[in-house]
Design a protein around this ligand. Structure first.
Ligand code: HEC
Length: 141
């Protein structure tokens, strides 16, 4: 009888560990997933959520620019604009722009969206075209 009980509790222990292991393994699998390229669609969603209250985020007709914050189309076509500058503004915003505590992934998505509003060809692309991302490590010479 006692032996049986022991075997039973051991089975429960094994089951509990399996559940724990699976629970721990799932987030790890998610984290190691390859980083996705910045998505302009996600950037637009973020802009709708976080930026639209102050900025005009698209060029849809019928919108009137409120005083103050520059429209996104102006930000995207500002002379000398770069991804680094936009990133800097979002990481350390000037008042009255709030710090929205965006992750780097969110910032990249917003930059990808701003890229779609860039019509001034004299301004270089903010992000490298997909597939042409710079190698992470310099290639040996
Ligand atoms: C509460 C209002 C407010 C919100 C919300 C807001 N902004 Fe701004 N933003 C401003 C104002 C005002 C300025 C101008 C600040 C200045 O001139 O220093 C500005 C400036 C900027 C600039 C710099 C423009 C330039 O000419 O250099 C960028 C880039 C920008 N905002 C992006 C965003 C993005 C992206 C979001 C959403 C994630 C956002 N802002 C949300 C008010 C806001």
């Amino acid at each position: 009888m006692q032996v049986r009980q022991l075997a039973h509790s051991r089975l429960i222990t094994v089951a509990a560990f399996t559940v724990l292991w699976l629970g721990a393994a799932a987030p790890i699998a998610l984290c190691t997933e390859e980083t996705k390229p910045p998505s302009a669609e996600k950037g637009y969603e973020l802009a709708t959520k976080f930026c639209k209250t102050c900025h005009i985020i698209d060029d849809k007709p019928g919108r009137v620019a409120p005083d103050g914050p520059p429209p996104f189309s102006a930000i995207a076509n500002k002379a000398g604009q770069t991804a680094e500058r936009i990133k800097g503004t979002l990481i350390q915003p000037h008042p009255p722009m709030p710090d929205m505590h965006l992750s780097s992934e969110e910032i990249l998505n917003i930059i990808a969206y701003l890229e779609t509003l860039r019509t001034d060809e004299t301004i270089p692309p903010f992000l490298p075209p997909p597939g042409e991302a710079k190698p992470k490590y310099p290639s040996p010479t």
